[in-house]
Design a protein around this ligand. Structure first.
Ligand SMILES: O=P([O-])([O-])O[C@@H]1[C@H](O)[C@H](O)[C@@H](O)[C@H](O)[C@H]1O
Ligand SMILES: [Mg+2]
Ligand SMILES: [Mg+2]
Length: 282
């Protein structure tokens, strides 16, 4: 039977590649940096331009589809996942890397129907690696199948995480407490690419055993969640339940054993959900 969403997925790959060209070109120019929720939550005109490029091209081809885009939400659009076909877009995952020309920058596009991710496309545009996953059909990097690592001993593993963009002292305290707990298991090492999407591709590729973070958003992990699960990995909430992409918390690992071991080390907290109603103004 023909794949209902193949056309949409082909379009996502093509537009992610085009967006990657825009990002690479912009790296040659001066990058004007603006801030969002805090002085370290960065955005550039390229983030906004790439998001508009993706949304406009998808709207033209699939006029009935919905969107959740990082920069549209920052501009006041709602962040609510419905049953409708929805494109969940992070135009530049790794904006801080982009600003500093640190060489991991991704375009991340997840596509959900009935609140289930049907495909994920992540283009690591400075490495020219196109990661794709279609539900039930596997995960790939530049067309080569991906498989998570088979290491079961966490003491033999590398774990990825990030510090995120919150500098709230209580959150920072908990982030460091979790990091200390994980590091001192002990594990072979802790890494972070500076983009949630690429960290998840690293889990899918088998070069790190797990990635966890509290504070990410749905657009950071929508595509990556499918890339990991289609490569044989597992997703979990940081307290061990089912993952909820709107909760801003995630553990993505090569196996349930490693995921559960990470969960034990995490000093958890709950940031404001992505789909929380906006605060009432009097
Ligand atoms: O802002 P952005 O560069 O799209 O996305 C961020 C990156 O994925 C970063 O690695 C992660 O630590 C943050 O939590 C994300 O918000
Ligand atoms: Mg992001
Ligand atoms: Mg972004």
């Amino acid at each position: 039977m023909a794949d209902l969403w193949q056309d949409a997925m082909d379009h996502a790959v093509a537009i992610a590649r085009r967006a990657g060209e825009v990002v690479r070109e912009a790296l040659q120019d001066d990058r004007k940096v603006m801030t969002k929720s805090s002085s370290v939550d960065l955005v550039t005109q390229t983030d906004q331009k790439v998001e508009q490029l993706i949304i406009q091209s998808v709207k033209y081809k699939f006029p009935t589809h919905s969107f959740i885009g990082e920069e549209s939400v920052a501009a006041g659009e709602p962040c609510v996942l419905t049953d409708r076909p929805t494109w969940i877009i992070d135009p530049i995952d790794g904006t801080t890397n982009f600003v500093h020309a640190f060489p991991f920058v991704a375009i991340s596009i997840g596509f959900s129907v009935n609140k289930q991710i049907e495909f994920g496309v992540i283009y690591s545009c400075l490495e020219d690696k196109m990661y794709t996953a279609r539900r039930g059909k596997g995960a790939f990097c530049n067309g080569e199948p991906l498989q998570v690592s088979d290491r079961e001993d966490i003491k033999q593993s590398i774990i990825a995480t990030e510090f995120g963009s919150s500098r709230d002292p209580e959150a920072v305290e908990k982030i460091f407490s979790s990091l200390r707990n994980v590091l001192c298991i002990p594990v072979h090492g802790v890494r972070g690419a500076g983009t949630a999407a690429i960290n998840m591709c690293h889990v899918a590729s088998g070069c790190v055993e797990a990635y966890y973070e509290i504070g990410i958003h749905v657009w950071d992990v929508a595509a990556g969640s499918l890339v990991v699960s289609e490569a044989g990995g597992v997703l979990m909430d940081v307290e061990g339940g089912a993952v909820d992409l709107m909760s801003r918390r995630i553990v993505a690992a090569n196996s349930r054993t490693i995921a559960e071991r990470i969960v034990k080390q995490i000093d958890s907290f709950s940031p404001l959900r992505d789909d929380a109603p906006p605060p009432q103004t009097l």
